[in-house]
Design a protein around this ligand. Sequence first.
Ligand code: H79
Length: 614
Amino acid sequence: MTPTLPRGLTCLFLGLVGLAAAALNAQVPASSIDPNRYPKVAWTENETPEGKEARMRWFNDARFGMFIHWGLYSEWAGYVDGKRINGAGEWIIESAGNKLALSRYLTARDRFNPTKFDPDAWVKAAKEAGMDYLVITSKHHDGFCLWDSKHTDHDVASTPWKKDLLKPLQEACLRHGVRFCLYHSIMDWHHPLYAPRRKYNDVAQGPTDVPRFVQEYLKPQVREIIERFDPGLLWFDGEWESTYTAAMGEDLEAWCRRHGPATILNNRVGKSRKGMEGMSHGYSGNKGVGDYGTPEQNIPPNGFPKGVHWESCMTMNDTWGFVKGDNNWKSDATLIRNLVDCASKGGNYLLNVGPTDKGEIPAASLERLAAIGAWMRVNGEAVKRTEASPFIRPMPWGRITRRGETLFLHVFDRPADGKLVLPVDNAPRSAAFLATGAAVAAKRVEDSIVLDLPATLPDRRVSVIRLVLDGEVRPVGGLVDGRVRASAGRLLLLPDTAELGAGLIIESKSEGKPNIGGWVDDRSTVAWKLRAPKGSYVVTAELGAPDAGNRLVLDFGGGRKVEGEVPATGGWDKFRTVTLGTVELDGDVDLTVRAGPRKGEGVANVRSLTLTRR
Ligand code: H79
């Protein structure tokens, strides 16, 4: 145990730190948002979607954070007896097979002495890169704790360093306006009660008992770190072994809510994660799934409905924990594009550094953080506090973020003809590069805004254009807040924005245009969410079908149905527009399309439905 200040003094001290942080903030880059100043919002039993948005705000607005993997494995640095152990540095004991006994692994505790640890330098490196939170491993799978825990001696207090490493980092975070967060592994290769017990564990004695491990060790430690470090979020991991159950996940989630109601939880607190893709079954809203999804080493190809939160975590080289000589570094261009990619899909990017056992972040990591920071000082406003692109799929030339009536066009690759075509029912007010302020020619052409790019872009990695529109964006066929909107009295329902039932796929049968296909089971459904201005609409479908006699039934809810015949169009790849009927609509509609009893090979390939106001 380390001595602590009396509570009153601590508060006074934190107050002064707050003032100091406010003064420092005047100097931090304009890209930063200081999550420490966001009001704390507590989770409640019957939280509304708006309540959750308020609780998640600092996280959502930040968009960019630093992951830090640091522990005994940093001392091994990927090598045993001078031989590189393949795999991630932090997995060395597991990856070494039985060549590294736990008793020997633990000798790193006698050597772990981070004399170069400079918490202010770490936090500044994060802040100056445009990161507004950091997540450090309080405990990784090897069970070693970076703070002086009252529940174990397998911690930093048992090293030559002796002192808590998390408190100084938390205090540096308060000074610089970075939200301090913790990673905590559920799987524990060291604890004697944890099962399955590893073969290389020659230290643990007695029977394993995971329910007791959870009750007597995991939960008390989680409470200890919440109360001691007030983490903005808890990043659980190692939840996938079958000894940890869904019931334990729900119980741990409830425990965290009770002891840290404002602490955000990732979905690895429970058992809902779909592999490395990282999202939860059914997205969110269920017990034991935490607050957000955790894609690992990948970025989802498309965004998710509004209200689904996620964060992609990724390494800069090949490993999370420090490995000597792992020089497979991603370029700054790749890292900036990844960050923008996440933001354009409504998610965060959590980028890892693996400090050495001496406490140094590798120079190659610092160089990349500095390069990202330089880009963020110019373009950060197009990342921070933005919302996802109004288009459900990425543009071929780059990515889009938005705030209010402004779209930020992040150009990765200049199209050969230099033209960016945005299918929106808006007029442009202004368009200019953030980097230079130089105007970009933008005009309305039919259903689109077309921008003419200069021959050379200001930044070969990502050049951002701030495009101000004449009002809220009205994407043609796209989504605003998860619903297709009308444009010039017309609602265009495309495969991209549909929710496809079992067996249905998006394919392209002709002219490179996508269509919904594979409709051979007449129990399959296709659904759209839309918002229709009050009126009477004619419903048409652009479809291809070899056989006549099939029927499409459109259920608009509230007893409003439109039913129409599918004619033979001459083949699956011969598309024709047919009128299905008319319907009265007013406001938000959840449309479900079903097929009547199937005739022939299948129902139809559907390219689009169009609702046109009369
Ligand atoms: O903390 C980081 C990883 O250690 C942890 N999650 C991130 C945030 C993680 N745990 N499991 N996995 C990632 C996936 C498992 C990968 C493995 Fe392997 C493949 C384990 C053994 C083979 C990676 C590659 C580790 C050793 C070789």
